[in-house]
Design a protein around this ligand. Structure first.
Ligand code: SF4
Ligand code: SF4
Length: 382
């Protein structure tokens, strides 16, 4: 399965335009979380541990489109929660496709077969099915038996209707390289591209033990990639991001590359960390202290190698040093020999535990809204 050339071309053209406009920081992918409610409760999930009043909140279709317009990124990824629970999801996706945004709709696929009719195949729409590995591993990861089989069945049903389907896998400690390689073989057989990322140790995730540190991540990915030589696995990542996972690049993250909009507003600084919210995208870009985040700068970032922070860095590197990307494309990923130097953690600032402030703020706002009497039609007309 090849990544459509025109998508690469559009994104390349967008990057050229940003450079010509002299923009130092610009987004590549909007991470749109229209709700946090999910129909699964995966052990590594840092998104669903909210009080019911928050889980019941939804962004409206208009709010989703406004976020896409405001941000201007050429791609919109819709994670969650489970987006297919959102009653307006068909409309939201239609509006984004009409704006010629490449939409990656992330789903655990439990509702996908039932809801396929809400969507129309389009070169702008991709389903990204959450699949962390083969049957036994995935079902354990999502804490429910039978989910793997339902996801495979939904992928086939979507493909039969003409949709493009990718899978997204989060890799945790203890996942054997041989099993990951077998999973990638299966993905190739099923003609689905794979987005793969080491898990980030969300402070809200119930299981803190199974997140990988950077050294282990690189060793594991080297082992996996060595097993894939000549197999033609299709990743929906740039070669340089994979090279970074294999320990061959010293990259700093680009947190503004994939900005996040959810029910709280625009999340500071990135998809993985919620350390404050801005009301507008402009405010997010202007008021976030970007230099205080990233590996080596902030304790919570110490082990992060997630694609949402580093894929934009790799994209920028491919743009500014195309020979590096060419080298990886021609020679393949290096899986032996010394690794690129690691960033020192000596000067990182300690973690601040601020994640619950916005939750309390939102709960207060919800309670106050509930206390207000409903607006009568006469008042509304005034
Ligand atoms: S399917 Fe995704 S959003 Fe739902 S619980 Fe699992 S990781 Fe979280
Ligand atoms: S390293 Fe970057 S992408 Fe990762 S959590 Fe920190 S700010 Fe976010």
């Amino acid at each position: 399965m090849a990544i459509p050339f025109f998508k690469e071309l559009r994104i390349g053209g967008y990057m050229v335009k940003q450079k010509l406009l002299g923009r130092k920081r610009y987004p590549l992918v909007l991470m749109l979380e229209p709700l946090f409610r999910c129909n699964l409760a995966c052990v590594g999930c840092g998104k669903i541990d909210y009080p019911d009043a928050i889980l019941n909140r939804r962004m409206t279709a208009q709010e989703c489109w406004d976020a896409a317009d405001e941000c201007g990124a050429p791609m919109v990824a819709i994670p969650g929660g489970e987006p297919l629970i959102h009653k307006e999801i068909g409309e939201i996706v239609r509006g984004l496709v009409a704006r010629k945004k490449f939409v990656s709709l992330c789903t655990n696929a439990l509702l996908l077969e039932k809801k396929l009719d809400l969507f129309e195949p389009s070169p702008y729409l991709f389903f990204s099915v959450h699949l962390d590995g083969l049957r036994e591993h995935h079902d354990k990861s999502v804490c429910q038996t039978g989910v793997f089989d339902r996801a495979i069945s939904a992928i086939k049903a979507a493909q039969a209707k003409g949709f493009t389907v990718n899978v997204n896998a989060t890799i945790f400690d203890g996942h054997p390289a041989a099993d990951i390689a077998a999973f990638l073989d299966l993905a190739k057989e099923m003609r689905v591209g794979v987005s793969i990322s080491p898990g980030y140790a969300y402070e809200r995730a119930p299981d803190q033990e199974h997140f990988l540190n950077r050294r282990k991540t690189k060793e594991l990915f080297r082992d996996v990639f060595a097993r894939g030589k000549g197999k033609g696995w299709t990743f929906v990542h740039s070669g340089l991001f994979l090279d970074f996972l294999a320990g061959n690049q010293t990259y700093h993250c680009t947190p503004w590359g994939m900005p996040t909009r959810n029910i709280f507003g625009w999340q500071k600084p990135c998809y993985l960390l919620g350390e404050g919210y801005a009301k507008t995208f402009g405010e997010l870009m202007e008021t976030t202290d970007w230099d205080s985040y990233g590996t080596g700068k902030y304790e919570k970032c110490a082990n992060c190698m997630a694609h949402c922070g580093y894929e934009p860095t790799a994209a920028e590197a491919a743009f500014s040093q195309p020979w590096q990307a060419l080298k990886v494309a021609l020679r393949g990923l290096r899986t032996e020999g010394p690794m690129a130097p690691e960033i020192s953690l000596d000067l990182q600032r300690p973690a601040e535990f601020v994640f619950s402030r916005h939750v309390e703020h939102e709960l207060t706002a919800i309670k106050e809204a509930e206390k207000r009497p409903p607006v009568t039609p006469m008042e509304a007309a005034e």
